[in-house]
Design a protein around this ligand. Sequence first.
Ligand code: GDP
Ligand code: MG
Length: 162
Amino acid sequence: MFKLAIVGRPNVGKSTLFNRLVGRRLALVDDQPGVTRDLREGEARLGDLKFTVIDTAGLEDATDDSLQGRMRRLTERAVDMADACLFMIDARAGVTANDQLFAEILRRRAKTVILAANKAEGAAGSAGALEAYGLGLGEPLQLSGEHGEGMSELYSALLPLV
Ligand code: GDP
Ligand code: MG
């Protein structure tokens, strides 16, 4: 079974998309730190595609000081398990220093990277999506995991891979 890891810094919306793809509340979604841990796998469906999706939880309770080491270890584990990575940034926040660190890990380690600018419902994410081009990981998909926007673009990106 094809495995897709959703990776990115805390709070960009990874678990929300995971829940949408899996259709069950396997991953906890919470604004509060300390709720979800480690890696979580679910059986995803998107149209007629079926694949395994991995949510990299476990970063939510990291402080800024501890984030980078944990982020690296956990992300590297997920990347190594996966056939492809969905690298998620928050299109409203734009590209942050931690996003750059993730991009670096993925450039070196991931087999295939799909870049996604999330929270892009309406036109809210245009500026952030434009900024995301600068990560050098190709054209970002504009998604809203919460509102289900961009799912057909995600489908098209996954179709040749799954
Ligand atoms: P994670 O830490 O990356 O797993 O992020 P979560 O999925 O827990 O989401 C973090 C916060 O972002 C929550 O308050 C979500 O409701 C919110 N969120 C997630 N996806 C979207 C989206 O597509 N649009 C907007 N506006 N908010 C979102
Ligand atoms: Mg999460």
